[in-house]
Structures are given as C-alpha cells and as structure tokens.
Design a protein around this ligand. Structure first.
Ligand SMILES: [Zn+2]
Length: 243
C-alpha cells in the first residue's frame, strides 16, 4: 500500500503509520448524506478510510447547499447518496465509496450496518438515531451520535457496553415534528470534523471524549463525561423498542 498520499497525516503522533494502516482497513457506514453526513464522508475519504457506504434516500435541494461542501447547483434534484458516491470516489480511487439510495428502517438497518466497523450519524431526527442506537448496541458496533441546531452542535462516541448509549443520556423520546431546523452555514462541517476525530479514536481503540457540545457563535466548547445508566433499557437490559 502506497502511503505517500497520507505522508503529512502519518507525521501526527496520534495516528502514525500504524494508525493510518488501521484506517485503510476499516469500513464505515454513514447514515445520512446531508450537512453532517456529506462533510463527514468527505473527511473520511480523504483521510484514508478503506471503505465507506453513504446511505440517504433524499434528493438534493437548493437549501442544502449552504451547509455542504461537495454538492453544486447541477446536483439539485439528484440523489444525495449517489452524487456523493460518485464525486468522493474520484477524490480517492484507492478507497471503496458507495452511495446507497435507501431510507433506513427497522427492516433494513441491521443488514445495512452488519459489516461496519463504525456507524456515523448524519441524520436529522431522533427517531432514526434511536433506531441506530438500538441496532448498534444489539450488534456491538460503535457509532458516533452528532446533531446540529442553530449555532450549537453535539457529538458523542458510543461504544456499546463500554460507554453510555444514546438512551442512557436521553430517556424521553418525543416524535413531535419540530419543522425546519435552523442551521448556521458552517456548523455541520465543524461538527462533522469533530465526529470524524472521535471515529478515528474508536477505530484505533483509543478512548472517546464523552459528550462534546460546541457553540460556533460563542466559540464555547464543553466536554461532559457521563456515566452509563445501570437501568438503561437499551444498553443494559436490551429491550429494543425501535428495532
Ligand atoms: Zn444505554
């Protein structure tokens, strides 16, 4: 394997040649190809993840472009996942990049993630996140929760049975529709970047950083260490309500 492309990244001691070689062997599934997912996919393809699946059912809308960095106006009306698969493959022809036009449901999530070393959350709703959480816990696959709203973003790396799961920190699920979420233009790129760092740590079997909360307007960065809920119905007793 020619590592020349990654020469400057390998110089970073947190990764090194060993870490880079590890990333090249990994398979990542990104659920959602919008603001978060497209930016995370872009970072991972360039950083040398060996294989990436990007799952999204939607087509690109003009109002998506302000918070993404791969799409252009000619992509409007086309499948986000298929455009990402095509464009990102050209960026790194040594990686395997697949864009899958698929809506994630309880029927297909386990087959979608079964070969993943890690799952990245690029969704925009809590129902799908709880579904990912349960599928990840059931199949013991780490995943990285990420969310954006106005100028605030959150990231949490979740290693089933080791770190708190989404249900441990969020008991009260509400399916109330909240309408269009306001999002500051470059927030998803920043949060996607933090999400990818947490993914690199997990893929190298290093510790994650707890719940990370970042306000891009106030430039306020918080890191909260949370314990697992010993009564969690997802990661402790494994009573899955969304799967
Ligand atoms: Zn839990």
């Amino acid at each position: 394997m020619n590592l020349e492309r990654y020469r400057r990244q390998i110089l970073v001691k947190e990764l090194g040649e060993k870490g880079q070689s590890t990333l090249l062997k990994k398979h990542v599934v990104i659920i959602g190809g919008g603001g978060l997912g497209s930016n995370s996919a872009n970072i991972l393809v360039r950083a040398g993840i060996g294989s990436i699946d990007i799952i999204d059912y939607d087509v690109l809308d003009l109002s998506n472009i302000h918070r993404t960095s791969i799409f252009d106006e000619e992509d409007i009306g086309k499948s986000k996942s298929q455009i990402l698969g095509k464009k990102l493959q050209l960026i790194n022809t040594e990686a395997t990049v697949k864009g899958l036009k698929r809506r994630i449901t309880k029927e297909n999530i386990e087959s979608t993630i079964k070969h993943a070393d890690i799952i990245l959350d690029g969704t925009d709703n809590m129902e799908t996140r709880f579904l990912i959480n349960e599928a990840a816990v059931k199949n013991r696959i780490p995943w990285i929760y990420a969310g954006v709203h106005t100028t605030n973003g959150m990231v949490m790396g979740i290693i089933p049975k080791q770190t708190p799961c989404l249900k441990c920190i969020s008991h009260n699920y509400s399916d109330k529709k909240i309408g269009e979420i306001p999002i500051f233009a470059n927030l998803p790129l920043t949060i996607a970047s933090i999400q990818c760092v947490e993914a690199f740590k997990i893929l190298q079997e290093k510790q994650v950083s707890g719940l990370i909360i970042y306000d891009i307007w106030k430039q306020n960065f918080d890191q909260i260490i949370i314990k697992r809920n010993p009564k969690c119905t997802c990661c402790c007793t494994e009573e899955f309500e969304f799967l």
